[in-house]
Design a binder for this molecule. Structure first.
Ligand code: F6R
Length: 241
């Protein structure tokens, strides 16, 4: 595993964006696995800035996202599709038809998960997967206890996630109870993985996930078994290493 230490969130974002942009420059039809959440926001902003300067061309890139809430339409501001469109895709020259997020409106979970896996295979697999890291070690929506062998599947959100999401919705009945997520096996099949972490609140889990024992209790610990992982973190997140 390679570890890059950044000064702060902005520097972490720039370093990770550099890695992604090198990937796209070296292979213009790259398949990028992407994430939502607070960690990648600065990475996307940096890539947009470089695109606007003429330094990166996304016209031949394909993207595939890790996860999506089940039951949320793309126009719902809380959906991950909405996040990706507004924070990244609508600002670059990517062909929208080549951007994929699980279809939260598909109620047949088996059908949607199988479709997603077929899609990834048809693309020839993921060249580079960007990951954030949950405080409990989750990656995608693969929470502690998730099987290392799982492919894309539908998960029941934990009560604490549902509770903490309530604030984003007008009525509690609108809060999604389930989500589609790439499984750990799907993630592990990416040829290269870039994990971004920022802030002291991540320091403990970074240490446990990358230097502790490999266990389903800490889903990200499986990344120790991948042969091409790059961890980009700011000083605070890497402070316990
Ligand atoms: C996002 C995702 C999540 C986040 C994780 C960290 O698509 O799958 O696993 O990467 O929850 O979130 P932040 O970056 O907000 O700390």
């Amino acid at each position: 595993m390679k570890i890059y230490k950044a000064n702060d969130f902005k520097d972490m974002s720039r370093k990770a964006a550099n890695i992604i942009s090198a990937q796209v420059i070296l292979k213009e039809n790259s398949v990028l696995g992407l994430a939502t959440g607070s960690s990648p926001i600065g990475v996307y902003s940096q890539l947009i800035e470089w695109y606007k300067k003429g330094d990166i061309d996304f016209s031949r890139v394909t993207t595939i996202n890790l996860d999506e809430y089940r039951g949320l339409a793309p126009v719902n501001e809380q959906s991950y599709r909405f996040f990706m469109n507004t924070r990244f895709f609508s600002h670059i020259n990517i062909n929208m038809a080549n951007t994929y997020v699980p279809n939260g409106m598909e109620s047949d979970a088996e059908c949607e998960c199988a479709r997603y896996e077929r899609l990834i295979s048809a693309m020839g697999g993921i060249d580079m997967q960007l990951l954030g890291l949950g405080h409990n070690g989750h990656i995608g929506f693969n929470e502690p206890g998730a099987a290392f062998e799982a492919y894309t599947h539908c998960v029941d959100l934990t009560q604490s996630t549902i509770e903490s999401n309530k604030r984003f919705f007008a009525a509690s009945g609108e809060v999604p109870r389930r989500a589609y997520t790439m499984g750990i096996k799907t993630i592990m099949q990416a040829r290269r993985i870039v994990v971004i972490v920022s802030g002291e609140k991540k320091a403990q889990i970074v240490k446990e996930a990358f230097f502790g024992s490999i266990t389903p209790r800490i889903p990200a610990s499986v990344l120790q078994l991948h042969n091409n992982v790059t961890l980009v973190g700011d000083e605070a997140a890497l402070s316990l290493l």
